[in-house]
Design a protein around this ligand. Structure first.
Ligand SMILES: Cc1cc2nc3c(=O)[nH]c(=O)nc-3n(C[C@H](O)[C@H](O)[C@H](O)COP(=O)(O)OP(=O)(O)OC[C@H]3O[C@@H](n4cnc5c(N)ncnc54)[C@H](O)[C@@H]3O)c2cc1C
Length: 338
């Protein structure tokens, strides 16, 4: 393991923000991770995956540990299900492609989500009607204080919408080294409820889609809608879609009958944050070096050379205007790092 001093994190965050860390270690095995966790200099280190869900607000005073543990293998299987064990440093989309190539179903709707496998349980990644929790078997984490390894079941992880125990009670307490997924070997259950997915499959004249067709369709839709971080710095959806009481939604609908919403249960509904941001006039509008993306208003973008503070200040302005127009508090999905 190599420890480096005064390292730029520009290439390690998809916003492309220029910040430096005083100390940087990249670990390739659990043993290396345990060794670095024992090193007092790394006590309050920031744990970094692919940097696609973080906004560095300022120069980091903390060290950084980048988790690059590799490996994908089937560790258990029967006629129907395979349990696949994956190292935290594997690129998430590489895992999806590996599963499709090996005819293992369950994560094809999560194609092209940037980042590494170790971060997937942190916010219970999701897209096109599927979330990590739907296929999650368990994960191994190493305790940051005692270096001991612990297995987390789905129940332990307390997954919610872009949420888990690792963002709450166990925040900064464990480093994920491995996750295990339960994937189907045959009779795959396809999730095709999203209109865009059905439309794309129809355009491609696919009548009986396979998991490979679904992965291809999702990839196509995402490429057409979301900015490529290599070309335009961003971290995907910057805000969560707000969940409001049904009574509040009914009152809002009197004023905005065209407001889209999704029923969660009889008491709560979800409103697309992108719609609220668009109504507040931010879609495609550039303010200095930053703005909300022209094709998807939920995506905060760095148009070149913006600092973390400039990006966050724009996000706060969006939150303020949405609140004053609709009385709804937007909550960042992206992790803000000081
Ligand atoms: C263009 C674009 C589209 C996106 N679309 C989606 C989407 O559809 N759905 C979705 O859910 N997300 C989406 N995201 C967000 C992002 O891809 C996911 O949240 C992803 O899981 C982040 O992975 P990462 O490795 O980059 O994590 P990082 O950004 O490096 O880290 C995110 C958080 O996880 C912690 N962390 C990272 N690795 C570990 C570990 N091994 N152990 C413990 N903690 C760890 C970090 O400390 C940090 O708090 C998108 C992002 C972009 C740029």
């Amino acid at each position: 393991m190599r420890v480096q001093k005064d390292v730029s994190l520009k290439a390690y965050n998809t916003f492309g923000v220029t910040v430096r860390t005083p100390l940087f270690a990249e670990v390739k095995t659990s043993l290396e991770l345990q060794a670095v966790l024992k090193d007092m200099r790394f006590n309050d280190a920031f744990i970094l995956g692919g940097g696609s869900n973080v906004l560095f607000l300022d120069q980091l005073s903390k060290p950084v540990i980048k988790v690059s543990i590799s490996g994908i293998r089937v560790i258990e299987e029967d006629d129907h299900i395979a349990i696949v064990s994956v190292g935290a440093g594997v690129v998430w989309h590489d895992l999806v492609m590996w599963c499709v190539a090996n005819n293992l179903g369950g994560i094809e709707n999560l194609s092209l989500i940037p980042g590494l496998v170790g971060a997937a349980p942190i916010q219970n990644i999701g897209a096109y009607g599927v979330e990590l929790r739907d296929v999650f078997h368990n994960a191994i984490g190493i305790g940051r204080l005692d270096g001991a390894s612990k297995i987390f079941t789905a129940q332990d992880c307390a997954f919610g919408y872009r949420d888990s125990v690792f963002k709450n009670e166990l925040k900064d307490r464990y480093v994920i080294t491995t996750i295990r997924l339960a994937l189907t070997k045959k009779n795959h259950e396809l999730h095709l409820a999203y209109g865009a997915l059905q439309d794309t499959l129809a355009q491609q004249k696919v009548e009986q889609p396979t998991i490979a067709d679904v992965a291809r369709a999702v990839t196509r839709i995402r490429r057409s809608k979301l900015p490529d971080p290599e070309k335009l710095g961003n971290a995907g959806s910057f805000f969560k879609n707000p969940i409001v009481k049904t009574k509040k939604l009914q009152n809002l609908m009197l004023e905005y009958p065209e407001m889209p919403s999704y029923t969660i249960d009889e008491n709560f509904s979800k409103i697309p944050a992108g719609w609220l941001i668009e109504q507040a006039g931010f879609k495609g509008k550039i303010s200095g070096k930053v703005g909300m993306h022209a094709k998807q208003a939920l995506v905060l973008v760095n148009h070149g050379g913006a600092s973390g503070k400039e990006l966050w200040s724009h996000a706060q302005e969006v939150m303020k205007q949405v609140h004053s127009a609709f009385g709804i508090e937007l909550e960042p999905e992206v992790n803000l790092i000081n």
